[in-house]
Design a protein around this ligand. Structure first.
Ligand code: M6R
Length: 603
């Protein structure tokens, strides 16, 4: 969602701020702005729409400033307008904000009654006005920040600059925020994502909640002070080197990040196998060798929830352990039945999804351990987990999650094999290598999927079906298509069609039917039901089947042989390509689909 970048140092802050915001564009936003401290004045430039609009304005004005903050906004309170874009500022402070101030409405009324004026409809401006009010009363910046922060409720991250110094102040509550420094170049940074600081800040600080970070730059270097809200010094932060590479910001030979990320999967499958079976990850999995619990509580959102559904099958079928999988936004409010010695397992690419974090907190309050399957090391989910199972997917830029799904499922699968004590089974490595090869073959020959896409992309609606282990893949295929191609798509268990959705079937609807080798005949009967009602059918099933060839309008034959429990991942890559090609033909913004954000940090 929103992105934050702040800079203070000897160079023009505009460069690193705009570069950082560009790297965060993939997260989704609808306006952008920057505030620069120039000659003890705070100058704000804001534009609705893409960052390019702000860049053009900057090009025109050519500002130079040693200290500044920038923001890309994904609207929550107030329409998408330049006035509502961040930073919000006055002649004392400028503020950028990610998150939601839940008591903003009440506070705004109180502040207006006291005579304070507002220029925007945002909740964020309430923080600026509080800051100003407390500063006029106390003349103390740190105290004003602390008082303002203590007055608001909800999860938020703020960065603040003031007109009198070149300091950067920031603090947060359950929202991502990092501070960075480069002692050699004497530069200080702040961002909502360490990715924005790659190549700028070799060292990253992760403050805990409710810690005020104050960065100042002098000839002696960068000094970062951390304070509790009572303004006593704090040591509640972690330091880490920023090991990410700038290459990840590059599409390479691919037209879209999504396509690049789909193609990365074969090598990532081999890497995760080597990591968890043979290399450093093995000791992490050995900690859960023969592990048992009476119930796993898996929670996640979107694609990560679908990964949870596949992992549940592994835990139940391989380990015979009970696992419930729930959408995080439901689990957190349902007063779930949680007993001691059960385990919460949270799945997330970003590790910053607000609802998933709330479930983790709920499980912590209920006293059960928290395990995480997560991509971003150092994310909030990662830091709050008792045990982490990193998926090592690298940065995923496409808003539509592809490689993260594959690696979440594989990590869950390897956890399941560790619990059953079968990590050293030589067939396991062979099976994983086979998956990588089959996915490679799909990548090399995705033209045949493109040809199917060309035949169906103008159809009105799509129903994805599958049974058993392919049911979660049907859900995931439909989600991928709707999010990037803006077309109505639903995922169903194939046997469920006749209980309602079959009413939708006519010649304008396409059934993308996954017909796996298991329950083959039964799944075929479901396809027959669609055919009988003049629906178009794309069958994805075992290759060289005359029956499937005959049954379908379009047939994608795949080699399931030897993949066993991993075959859903193989089919899913075919569906990733199908969605990609349909979206491409429809001309949508594949990497940054409308209305979506990469990391959903508000509930
Ligand atoms: O970062 P997370 O894995 O927690 O994100 C969860 C969902 O927001 C995410 O998977 C979303 O559904 C994707 N856009 C799907 O492609």
């Amino acid at each position: 969602m929103c992105g934050i970048v702040g800079y203070s140092g000897p160079n023009n802050s505009v460069g690193p701020i705009i570069e950082g915001l560009s790297r965060l564009e993939y997260r989704g936003y609808d306006s952008a702005g920057i505030c620069l401290k120039i000659n003890n004045e705070l100058q704000i430039l804001k534009k609705e729409g893409k960052l390019d609009n702000l860049k053009s304005l900057i090009q025109e004005k050519k500002p130079f400033s040693h200290t500044g903050i920038g923001h890309t906004r994904w609207a929550t309170h107030g329409a998408v307008t330049a006035d509502n874009a961040h930073p919000h500022g006055n002649d004392l402070f400028a503020v950028v904000h990610n998150g939601i101030i839940e008591n903003a409405g009440v506070l705004k009324k109180e502040l207006q009654a006291e005579g304070f004026e507002f220029k925007s409809q945002t909740d964020s401006e309430v923080f600026l006005v509080l800051l100003t009010k407390f500063y006029l009363e106390t003349k103390n910046v740190l105290l004003s920040i602390s008082k303002s922060f203590s007055t608001i409720t909800g999860n938020s991250a703020f960065v603040i600059i003031e007109k009198n110094t070149d300091k950067l102040y920031c603090l947060k509550r359950s929202a991502p925020l990092v501070v960075g420094d480069n002692q050699q170049t004497r530069e200080a940074f702040v961002s909502s994502d360490p990715f924005a600081l790659v190549g700028f800040a070799p060292r990253i600080y992760f403050p805990e909640d409710s810690i005020i970070c104050e960065s100042s730059v002098s000839e002696n270097g960068v000094k970062i002070n951390f304070y509790e809200l009572d303004l006593t010094p704090s040591d509640r932060y972690k330091i880490q080197s920023n090991a990410m590479s700038v290459d990840t910001t590059n599409k390479g030979i691919y037209e879209h990040f999504m396509l690049k990320e789909i193609h990365e999967q074969p090598s990532l499958i081999e890497k995760i196998a080597a990591y968890y079976i043979k290399n450093e990850g093995r000791k992490i999995l050995d900690q859960i060798k023969n592990f048992k619990t009476s119930c796993w509580h898996l929670t996640a959102c979107g694609t990560a929830w679908h990964a949870g559904l596949v992992i549940k099958n592994y835990f139940e079928q391989i380990n015979r352990q009970r696992a419930s999988v729930e959408i995080a936004s439901e689990f957190r409010y349902k007063n779930p039945i949680i007993n001691e010695n059960e385990i919460g397992l949270f799945i997330s690419q970003s590790g910053e999804t607000a609802d998933t974090l709330a479930c983790q907190e709920l499980c912590r309050e209920k006293g059960i351990s928290s395990f995480a399957i997560v991509n971003v090391e150092g994310s909030t989910l990662f830091r709050n987990a008792d045990k982490n199972f990193l998926i090592h997917a690298g940065v995923e830029i496409g808003v539509a999650s592809t490689k993260a799904f594959t690696l979440q499922v594989l990590t869950g699968y390897l956890m399941s094999r560790a619990m059953s004590g079968t990590l050293d089974d030589p067939n396991l490595f062979v099976e994983l290598k086979l998956l990588s090869n089959r996915v490679s073959e799909l990548c090399a020959d995705s033209e045949k999927i493109k040809k199917i896409a060309e035949k169906i992309y103008t159809q009105k609606g799509f129903i994805f079906t599958g049974r058993g282990k392919y049911f979660p893949i049907a859900l995931e295929g439909a989600l991928k298509l709707k999010e990037i191609a803006y077309v109505h798509a639903e995922g169903y268990a194939a046997g469920e069609l006749k209980h309602g959705p079959i009413a939708l079937i006519d010649e304008e609807i396409v059934n993308i039917a996954v017909v796996g080798p298991e329950l083959f005949e039964k799944t075929i009967s479901n396809v027959e039901e669609v055919k009988a009602r003049r629906g178009k059918v794309v069958v994805i099933g075992p290759e060289k089947s005359e029956e499937l060839e005959h049954l379908s309008d379009f047939y994608l034959g795949l080699n399931f042989h030897g993949l066993n429990d991993l075959s859903p991942l193989y089919v899913n890559v075919a569906l990733q390509f199908l969605s990609y090609h349909i979206a491409y033909l429809k001309g949508t913004d594949i990497d940054k689909p409308r209305n979506l954000a990469k990391s959903v940090t508000v509930e």
